[in-house]
Design a protein around this ligand. Sequence first.
Ligand code: PMP
Length: 286
Amino acid sequence: MAMKVWIDGQLVDNSDAKLSVYDHGTLYGDGVFEGIRVYSGRVFECKAHLTRLYASARALRLEIPYTAEQLEAAMYQTVKVNGFTDCYIRLVVTRGAGYLGLSPTKCPKPAVFCITDTIEMYPREMYEKGMAIITASVTRCHPNSIPPRVKSLNYLNNILAKIEANDAGVSEALLLNHEGNVAECTGDNIFVVRSGQVQTPTTSDGILEGITRSVILRLCGKLSIPCVEKTLQRFDIYAADECFLTGTAAEVIPVTKIDGRQISTGQVGPITRRLIEAFHKCVREA
Ligand code: PMP
């Protein structure tokens, strides 16, 4: 049976879910999106994702032609019609069809669509043994350029970093910000553990404010694990006891090697294990 996609208020077969070639999402990457997970039939952190989507749109002066309630209903409707209880949702808002000039004034109606599917970011065994990453040569966007806090349809820096990872034979790449400090990986936030304290870059270090990141910070509080948001340098990762990445698609994945350097013993650390376990419990209970 063909999967259904919700597009501009209609559920259509995925092969019929199409955008105009004049859509500024296609022509210029002009749009915003969210990647969201459904666990046990519930849209995980639904409010947080919708808040971020509207905030991203506002930053781009893009007016979403639906209310948050309507988009929530559209997500549940798409999940249900495709018979999912656990899946990944891609909710996208583009500037809509316009003409071959940059100005959004020629795009009268944003396009909105919602895809539900399964996703596996990294091989299962990396979650057990940890993954190797490299530092990319590409810099995360300057905050006065497209702000990294906007989840926009322009992922070219991240794609270039991913290509560097592929070339190096690893699955992920770390981007540094314009000051040379640690920002994040291509689609995940980064954490380290040093002397029992969980540390992650601050929102002003050129990161997307990950929703999984905020869940992990909350879980640290609940488990009384000391945690802090602070500016990190590459050295802090080289010298870390533990390291892991967080993201909606990736969930929580340990990192055991960076730039050819083993992190501590090269084993997945105890705090990382505790947080992975707590995260899996939390998504089922949410
Ligand atoms: N950083 C970037 C650049 C991302 O694209 C994502 C989402 N894939 C994340 C971090 C993680 O954010 P979240 O936990 O909200 O998925």
